[in-house]
Design a protein around this ligand. Structure first.
Ligand code: PLP
Length: 384
């Protein structure tokens, strides 16, 4: 084993020397709070954007009315064998109805969804144009797939247009890949502009990941595509249940043909156990009630605007246009020191470091949720 231990410890020494070691911290969560090493901290690091984790009434109501076929804690099989339960079918139907689309399909996680979809959808006659800052799950799917892919500068529509003009005739198909709210900067893609490009070039389709926007944006909580009034124009509209929806898994809303194709071609869907029916039933419970959470969405938007203005005034530029608000610190050590200081004031905020963000752009990533009061926000701003 010594050769292996030497290899592992040398690579860990590099991480530690760069202030870039990651550790798993046990945390018990309790509504808006997380308990870390005996200290109760206001949780500003999670993705429970609508604070549904604190909705004991919903959790209680759900548990009371659960039907026998939903009370299964495992699907015990891939969805292609015996793992596609009535709850899975129900979630697909609810998604299709809410989004006004023919079909939907669910996946065990958002990572699996992006990774599997992107390499199933494209071949070597396809060009993928992806925003420079898309999530690792999309990058990994592109790296393993056979399509050629290029990155355009983050949210730089002129750069994207130049790449489209230059390449559109050399490929049979082009897929533009973006997030709507970006996970580390909290800024928002111009989906309407992307739709306009799709109309300009006949062989272009759009793939948009709404992981951080589902539940949070739009008049009924369907995300930025609803807010920007282009739901029907996104060919592959994906998102996750693990953030604002306080559940687990990923989804795509799409055409019947796309769904049929994915069931036959998407390896992580075919070769992995489906989500437990109990989780799917909870997801459906939340989806059915999304439209009723407009007050929470408005409150979250209000908190976000106040924090963004505060960062702008005291720290310079703030790119965020959402509830995800970065505070750039530069070095890893500086970001870690800031996060430690906030902990001493009772707040849990994570330092995000490379490779999650570019080198020398280590930052605090503050993620707000609709359960926070204005007083709690003011306390955070004072401590910053
Ligand atoms: C969190 C996230 C994912 C991954 O979703 P999981 O369900 O956690 O695997 C995918 N895309 C984006 C943009 C995300 O932020």
């Amino acid at each position: 084993m010594t050769v292996w231990n030497d290899f592992l410890s040398a690579r860990m020494a590099d991480k530690i020397a760069a202030d870039n070691e990651r550790v798993l911290t046990p945390m018990a969560r309790d509504g808006l709070y997380a308990e870390v090493a005996g200290q109760r901290l206001l949780n500003l690091a999670g993705n429970d954007y609508l604070a549904l984790g604190a909705r004991r009434d919903w959790q209680h109501d759900f548990a009371q009315h659960i039907a026998a076929p939903e009370a299964y804690w495992s699907s015990s099989s891939s969805q292609l064998l015996t793992g596609h339960s009535p709850s899975h079918q129900q979630v697909e139907q609810t998604l299709a109805r809410l989004f006004g689309r023919e079909a939907a399909l669910t996946f065990a996680s958002g990572y699996q969804m992006n990774f599997g979809l992107l390499n199933a959808l494209a071949d070597n006659h396809t060009l993928i144009l992806a925003d420079k800052l898309v999530h690792a799950s999309m990058v990994d799917g592109l790296l393993i797939g056979s399509a050629k892919f290029l990155r355009y500068r983050h949210n730089d529509m002129a750069h994207l247009h130049a790449l489209l003009s230059q390449h559109h005739s050399a490929y049979e198909r082009i897929l533009i890949v973006t997030e709507s709210i970006f996970s580390m900067d909290g800024d928002v893609a111009d989906l309407r502009q992307l739709v306009a490009y799709k109309r300009e070039f006949a062989n272009v389709a759009l793939y948009v990941d709404e992981a951080h926007a589902i539940g949070v944006r739009g008049a009924t909580g369907l995300g930025c595509a609803e807010e920007q009034d282009c739901l029907a124009d996104i060919d592959f509209l994906v998102g996750t249940f693990g953030k604002a929806l306080h559940s687990v898994g990923g989804y795509v809303v799409c055409s019947d043909l796309t769904r049929q194709y994915l069931i036959n071609h998407m390896r992580p869907l075919i070769f992995s156990t489906g989500l437990p029916p109990i989780n799917m039933a909870w997801t459906d419970y939340v989806l059915q009630r999304l439209k009723d959470l407009q007050a929470a969405r408005t409150h979250l938007q209000h908190l976000s605007q106040r924090l963004i203005e505060h960062i702008h005034t005291h720290f310079g530029d703030c790119v965020s246009q959402s509830h995800i608000v970065p505070v750039l610190c530069g070095s890893n050590a500086a970001a870690l020191a800031r996060a430690r200081a906030l902990r001493q004031h009772g707040m849990l905020v994570m330092a995000v470091r490379p490779p999650t963000v570019p080198k020398n752009q280590a930052r605090l990533r503050i993620s707000l949720n609709a359960g926070l009061s204005v007083e709690q926000l003011q306390h955070l701003m004072a401590c910053l």
